[in-house]
Structures are given as structure tokens and as C-alpha cells.
Design a protein around this ligand. Structure first.
Ligand code: ADQ
Length: 487
């Protein structure tokens, strides 16, 4: 048996950043996971991003240093049912409290479990007895239970990157009991916030699945499952340096020039109904109408790459937001002033960091969000001597740590409009003070610390039933990392 630090790490996620042509476009989360994989050698397993007619049952492998990337193709039917269907038309809306958008289709549910079974069968062939497995996100909730059915006795942890709602909302999920029970195959289940972890444990208790042994610990069929909050962070030093260097970035310079002497308000989100874009544009409109002195003195740039365009709810929303941005410009704009620049583009991380840095305000107002990394990136990108102001939804997980932002209720568009006016007039001392406090919080919980915290907790879990592992430190710091501030 290998010592704990030598055990190979296996990461499972829907999309896998298979290295291509030596290019490195990885975000902070990917870099942190790759760092963890490099420490002891590792395997990153998941979907290739491709759909083909007859996928080979075996994974395609790419070796890069001591990391093996292994990916499976999907059929079009698998993709439609598992990904575009159950994951994004049932799990995603329920977890974001949008019961009005839930699509319940029995064949999509079947497809979700079928793909999880197929991925487990393929992964099982690649596993070693002492591998530690870390499964990511809502696409793969039943993966561990499928692996257990195939005899896998490894430690398996799960981290949910989105919210977990309370029982009254979560129970709108089709096959709710089956999904909840399948969590019982994990040794550790992690969420962004203590609130999500608590909601999840309440769901188990209400459904009589196992028994709670205090907060953060649940026994299911003699198996002990730990439940904890592990708020994901960012690499603030790298991001801050990138933002400073990006002042010379061509796109950043052109944008700055195009603004003239107007202040910049920035929003950066995937095009998703959870991000509150409709309400945000309305709030901006309210702000201009209530504060006519700011007309032609401020520009709001919303950078929003399209996502999940093959899901009908997203197609409709794309049309609505584009119309709303056009309508706002038509009614508020001037011949020489476009108040809202709405752009459906992905921007490189370096340019994005530079744009955050030159913005007076970061508008991050999701209706619900597990964490929201844009809020953290915006703060990390600021100039210490002249920082911009973060306006943050109280319904983003990031609000637990970034409570020195101007916290808003995104549904209250007038109040959000007033927050914009307040941010633009905030004295420099107050801006510096708020920013310094937020930076302290971000520094105490980087993405590397998040990764290490989760893996330390997972590795410290004893796997009594298998006898494969010696029990390590079983009670250390697994529930909520101590540096995480209370909500
Ligand atoms: P997302 O819903 O995708 O993530 P978020 O946390 O904001 O949301 O992460 C988005 C990432 O994409 C950020 O790093 C951002 O810089 C980047 N991005 C966004 N728009 C971009 C653009 N136009 N061009 C380039 N990059 C862009 C899910 C959950 C979140 C959780 C994360 C991580 O929904 O709540 O914070 O996972 O766990």
C-alpha cells in the first residue's frame, strides 16, 4: 500500500482539459486540479466533448507528464438525454431554484443513469486499488454508486459546484429518492457553503435516508459519509499580476480609448438564466433614469458568451436578453453614446483581468449562484490605490466571504440601481477599506487551499469496510475550513 501522499489521484469531471498543441488556456480551477494531479501522478477522466455515432467503449488516452487524460465520446442520444436533458433541464434548474423551468422526461433520466453507468464501467478498468477518486459536479452524482456496484472500494469524494437547495425545492427532482440515496456511496460530499451542506443533510433526514450523526456526518447502511463546506477560491496572486500586466493588452487599451472619459461598469457571465442578466440590465436602466447627471458619463459592458445553446430555455433567453439590451440602448442612448455594450464573446483571461481592473464597478448579480468566481476575480484584479467597487448579489455563494461588497437583492432592480449610484460616488477611503478586507478573505482561501482542504479531508476518511487503508487523522478540519468566515 502506498503512503497517503503517494496515492494516485483520479479526477472525474464532465469536461476534461486535454492538452492540445501545447496551448494553455486553463482557468484557475483547472490549474489547481492539475497541480494536485501532478503531486502524486494522476488520471483525469470524463467526456471528450465529442458526439459520435458508435463510440468505442474504451477511453481515449493522452499522456502529459505524470498526468493521464482519459476521455470517452458520447452518442448524440447520450448527449441529448444525459447532458442537454437531465443534467441541464432538471438538475440545473432545480438546484438554481427554477422549478418553473424543470423538464421531466423519463427517457432523459434513464439516459443520465445509463451514461453514469457506462462512465463507471470504463473508469473501473483504469483504477488501481489505492487510487483516491474525486468526482466533480451534478453530471456525475450516481457515479460512485455505479463504481461500488462494480466492486470499487476506493475512497471516493464528490464536490458539487452548484447550489444544493432545501428539501421543498430539491424534492421537485425526478427520481429524487434514488439520486439522494446514490450520494451514500461517497465517503465525502462537499459544497461551496455551509448552507448548501445543511440543505443537503436536511434532504437526507427528511427522506429517511440513513441517519444523521451530528452536523456533517451521516451513516447510510453502516457506511459513514462526511458532508462539508469547501468554498472554492481563486489564485489571487496570479490573477492580480495578470491584471496589472494586462494594462498593456491591445483589447484593453482599445476599450479604454473607446470609452473616452466615461466610467466603466462591467458584467461578465456565461449566458445563463441563473445570472440575473434581465434584472441587471433593468437595474442599470433604473440607475440612468433616476440619475440623469450620469447620462453619457458611464458605459456598461456586459461580456456574455452563449452557453448550452441547444437547450430550448437558453435559446429563448438569448433572444430576450439581446432584445432587452437593444431596447435599452434605443430608449436611453444618444447619437454619441451607447449605454449598454452587450457582447456574446469569450474573452481571454488576461484581457478579462485588464478589463476588470479598469472598471469602476463590477456588477455580479446572479439570482442564484453556487459561488461565482467572477466576483473574486474582479476583486483580485483591482489597483490597490484606486480599487473599483463590487456590487454582489446576496444569493451568490461568494457573498459569504465577500460581505464587504455592496450586497444587493438582484430582484429589487430599483435598489440595485441605487447601489450603482452609491458605488460611483463612494469615497476613495471606503473603496480601499472594503477592497482590503475582501482581499484578506480571498488570500486566506485560495483555489490551491480549496483543493488541498478537500483532498486532505477525503484522504483522512477511513475506509473501514474495505480494510484497504489505515485510518489516518479522522477528525481533522474536515467540515468547514477554519479560515472560512461565517456567513
Ligand atoms: P459558472 O456558472 O460557469 O461556474 P463562475 O463561477 O462565475 O460561473 O465561473 C465562470 C468562469 O468563466 C470565470 O472564471 C470567468 O472568468 C469565466 N468567464 C465568464 N465569462 C467569460 C467570458 N466572456 N470570457 C472568458 N471567460 C469568462 C460554476 C458554478 C459557480 C461556481 C463555479 C466554480 O455555477 O457558482 O463558482 O462553477 O465552482
Amino acid at each position: 500500500m502506498c503512503p497517503a501522499s503517494q496515492q494516485r489521484l483520479v479526477v472525474v469531471s464532465n469536461r476534461v482539459p486535454v492538452p492540445k498543441d501545447g496551448s494553455n488556456k486553463a482557468g484557475g480551477l483547472t490549474v489547481a486540479l492539475e497541480g494536485a494531479l501532478k503531486q502524486s501522478g494522476g488520471l483525469w477522466f470524463g467526456w471528450s466533448g465529442e458526439t459520435v455515432e458508435n463510440p468505442p467503449g474504451e477511453a481515449k488516452m493522452v499522456q502529459s507528464g505524470n498526468i493521464t487524460f482519459a476521455v470517452l465520446d458520447l452518442t448524440k442520444q447520450d448527449y441529448d438525454e444525459y447532458y442537454a436533458g437531465f443534467a441541464n433541464r432538471a438538475l440545473w434548474p432545480v438546484c438554481h431554484y427554477r422549478l418553473d423551468l424543470v423538464q421531466i422526461e423519463r427517457h432523459e433520466l434513464d439516459g443520465y443513469f445509463r451514461v453514469n453507468h457506462a462512465f463507471a464501467a470504463s473508469l473501473a478498468l483504469l483504477l488501481r486499488p489505492d487510487d483516491v477518486i474525486w468526482v466533480h459536479d451534478y453530471h456525475f452524482i450516481p457515479l460512485a454508486s455505479e463504481l461500488r456496484k462494480l466492486g470499487c472500494k476506493n475512497r471516493i469524494g464528490f464536490f458539487l459546484h452548484i447550489l444544493w437547495p432545501p428539501p421543498d425545492v430539491a424534492s421537485a427532482l425526478p427520481a429524487y429518492g434514488r439520486l439522494l440515496s446514490s450520494f451514500g456511496a461517497y465517503d465525502l460530499v462537499g459544497f461551496h457553503t455551509p448552507q448548501d451542506a445543511e440543505n443537503f443533510q436536511q434532504c437526507l433526514t427528511r427522506e429517511n435516508i440513513g441517519s444523521s450523526v451530528g452536523p456533517g456526518e451521516h451513516h447510510i447502511d453502516s457506511h459513514r459519509m462526511r458532508i462539508g463546506a469547501f468554498p472554492v477560491g481563486i489564485d489571487i496572486d496570479t490573477f492580480g499580476k495578470m491584471a496589472a500586466a494586462a494594462e498593456d493588452n491591445a483589447l484593453v487599451r482599445r476599450t479604454l480609448k473607446s470609452l473616452g472619459d466615461r466610467d466603466l461598469i462591467i458584467g461578465v457571465d456565461r449566458l445563463d438564466y441563473s445570472k440575473g442578466l434581465k434584472q441587471r440590465i433593468e437595474a442599470f436602466s433604473c440607475f440612468i433614469k433616476s440619475n440623469p447627471d450620469f447620462r453619457n458619463h458611464v458605459t456598461y459592458i456586459q461580456i456574455t458568451p452563449k452557453s448550452r445553446s441547444d437547450v430550448p430555455e437558453y435559446q429563448q433567453m438569448q433572444r430576450e436578453i439581446a432584445e432587452q439590451a437593444g431596447w435599452t440602448n434605443g430608449s436611453l442612448g444618444e447619437v454619441d453614446w451607447t449605454p449598454v455594450r452587450y457582447v456574446n464573446r469569450t474573452v481571454g483571461h488576461s484581457a478579462l483581468a485588464g478589463l476588470y481592473r479598469m472598471s469602476r464597478i463590477g456588477l455580479v448579480t446572479p439570482l442564484r449562484d453556487g459561488m461565482n468566481l467572477v466576483a473574486k476575480e474582479f476583486v483580485a484584479a483591482q489597483r490597490p490605490e484606486d480599487p473599483g467597487v463590487l456590487i454582489l448579489s446576496r444569493f451568490a455563494g461568494a457573498a459569504h466571504e465577500l460581505d464587504c461588497a455592496i450586497l444587493v437583492n438582484p430582484y429589487d432592480t430599483e435598489a440595485c440601481g441605487a447601489a450603482i449610484a452609491r458605488a460611483l460616488q463612494m469615497p476613495i477611503e471606503e473603496r480601499r477599506e472594503r477592497w482590503a478586507t475582501m482581499m484578506e478573505r480571498l488570500r486566506s482561501n485560495t483555489v490551491q487551499a480549496w483543493c488541498q482542504g478537500f483532498l486532505d479531508s477525503l484522504r483522512s476518511v477511513s475506509v473501514e469496510s474495505t480494510g484497504l487503508f489505515i485510518e489516518h487523522d479522522t477528525r481533522t478540519n474536515w467540515s468547514v475550513p477554519p479560515e472560512t468566515p461565517s456567513p
